[in-house]
Design a protein around this ligand. Structure first.
Ligand code: 4AD
Ligand code: MG
Length: 511
């Protein structure tokens, strides 16, 4: 090949009209009488290659027609603007050569089920949706560091092997640490507190582990958490910081990842309001009333809103069922051309996918209403309760002042209402629920000792932590954001497992 500059798809705007060299993979291929169209990806983006008999020659056309999915190729061609194509450009190819063969690539059909895709996660990552999601993940991680670094926080790491629990003893992964039992960290918080008393404002950012034998959309066994901890911060200052932080992350995603959001077909209306509007702060007691429908928000009760949702959902199901029938009928027409058939099948697939979601919703709403009406005061919120509660808002909300009984041992009670603690959860809208847990920490040695006993925690393992209350104890606070929960919300993903490259949860340890 004659020498031309090697570029990435992401650089195309600078190379319009120029001959370039590209290296990447065949994501898709379609052949017509005179042209092979390849959807090509190089990891930085996707673009269409046009391999035309006229320009590339008969030989190249024939070779291109044989390219298997995910064959690695090197391509020479001209970058041409075409707004209709993915990424806004296409490449008119003059030459190409194969670098790495790929035969019978396993992920070929649109209809693969989620388990098949997860079994092939090492390959599935190359596809559009996971690719877009990983780019959003990177954006969020980068924004997290920018946010804290610009505000004078130090990033410090907590150990993964720990001798003590942080978030209760029921979700501990036990391992063998040279003959001594050790647990994989559930949270870096306790160490974060020690580091905050040394360096003032710090954040811990690393993997955390919870042995949760649940297969919900929101639970992983290994997930990443970012945990700022601030000396001399109280609950209100912490809520201010949480809100500023989340708004910043959302605005960075909206600003820099529009293309990825569009690949995920994410409707960003609520993300936009969440980047600018103030987040309501409501107490646990108020939240319970809202869930039960006895307290209105902007003149509407949660139960009314759910009933409206149900009616709307049922209406849309009817419309889509009619559409499904009509598409099926059209597909049954004899002598249908290949192209038209493929298009109709594509449409039918989309309609069925949407129908599946809506039917699920129609089934769930009555259950949510029932669970909301019967919510037992004093208990923690489940996924359904959070969905009912957040449905009334178009931003995240912060629920604070929780009953002491259901929160962790380290939380500080209100001085004037000691049955409640200064904990706060941030709940995301659109059914995503809790993304942050945090609050003000107990500072008093004896009160803490008392709680450690009440929670049946081994005092011995907490002696170092208690030292923080023996030597210069000060008010301090912090919180933890579950990275995958946040990314799932940004991308509108169905399950947190799609928000991490290689998910680990009950029932999945590979690939
Ligand atoms: O509410 P959690 O348990 O709070 C803590 O761990 C505190 N020690 C944090 C702190 O104050 N420094 O967990 C914090 C967040 C949750 O709000 C949720 O977003 C996420 O971590 N999270 C999970 N994400 C995925 N899978 C799981 N099993 C999760 N458990 C918690
Ligand atoms: Mg929590």
């Amino acid at each position: 090949m004659e020498k031309v500059q090697q570029v990435y798809i992401s650089q195309f705007p600078e190379y319009e009209g120029k001959e370039v060299l590209l290296k990447g993979w065949v994501a898709n291929r379609r052949t017509t009488k005179n042209v092979v169209f390849v959807v090509f990806r190089d990891g930085t983006g996707f673009t269409q290659l046009v391999i035309d008999k006229q320009l590339a020659g008969e030989e190249a056309y024939k070779e291109a027609d044989k390219l298997g999915l995910e064959t690695a190729i090197e391509v020479k061609g001209k970058v041409v603007r075409d707004e209709r194509q993915i990424g806004g450009f296409e490449v008119h190819v003059s030459e190409f050569k194969v670098i790495g063969e790929s035969e019978d690539y396993p992920i070929a059909k649109k209809e693969h089920g989620i388990d098949f895709l997860l079994d092939h996660r090492h390959l599935w990552l190359r596809h559009r949706r996971p690719w877009a999601t990983m780019r959003i993940r990177n954006e969020v991680v980068f924004a997290i560091h920018k946010f804290f670094q610009e505000r004078g926080f130090l990033q410090l790491d907590a150990p993964i092997f720990t001798a003590n629990a942080c978030e209760g003893t029921t979700t501990l992964f036990e391992t063998d640490f040279f003959g001594q039992p050790a647990y994989l960290s559930q949270s870096g918080q306790l160490y974060g507190e020690a580091m905050a008393l040394a360096c003032n404002k710090i954040y811990v950012f690393g993997p955390t582990f919870r042995a949760e034998k649940s297969k919900t959309r929101r639970h992983l066994a290994e997930f990443w958490m970012v945990e700022p901890e601030m000396a001399f911060y109280d609950l209100d200052m912490t809520m201010d910081l949480m809100e500023e932080f989340i708004k910043y992350l959302i605005s960075q995603v909206l600003k820099n990842r529009q293309f990825e959001l569009s690949l995920l077909e994410r409707n960003t209306t609520i993300l936009e309001s969440s980047a600018s509007k103030p987040y309501p702060r409501i107490t646990y007691d108020e939240a319970v009333e809202i869930i039960k429908g006895t307290r209105k928000v902007n003149g509407r009760s949660s139960l009314d809103v759910l009933k409206e949702d149900l009616a709307k959902t049922q209406e849309e199901i009817k419309k889509l069922e009619a559409e499904e029938k009509s598409l099926e009928k059209q597909l049954g027409t004899p002598g249908l051309g290949e192209k038209k058939k493929a298009r109709l099948q594509g449409q039918l697939g989309k309609v069925r996918e949407r129908l599946h979601k809506l039917r699920e919703r129609a089934k769930n709403i009555p259950l949510w209403i029932e669970q909301a009406e019967n919510f037992p005061y004093g208990e923690d919120f489940g996924g359904a309760h959070e969905t009912v509660l957040t449905r009334l808002f178009d931003t995240p909300i912060m629920v604070y002042k929780w009953p002491r009984e259901i929160k962790a041992f380290y939380m500080k009670p209100f001085e004037d209402d000691p049955n409640f603690v200064k904990g706060v959860d941030m709940l995301a809208p659109e059914g995503y629920g809790e993304i942050i847990g945090g609050g003000e920490r107990e500072t008093d040695l004896n009160a803490l000792l008392d709680q450690i006993k009440k929670h049946h925690l081994p005092e011995e393992a907490f002696q170092w932590y208690l030292d923080l209350r023996r030597y210069g104890s000060v008010p301090h606070s912090g919180f933890g954001l579950g990275l995958e929960r946040f990314i799932a919300w940004m991308g509108g993903l169905h399950h947190v497992r799609e928000a991490i490259p290689f998910p680990r949860y009950y029932g999945r340890l590979t690939p």
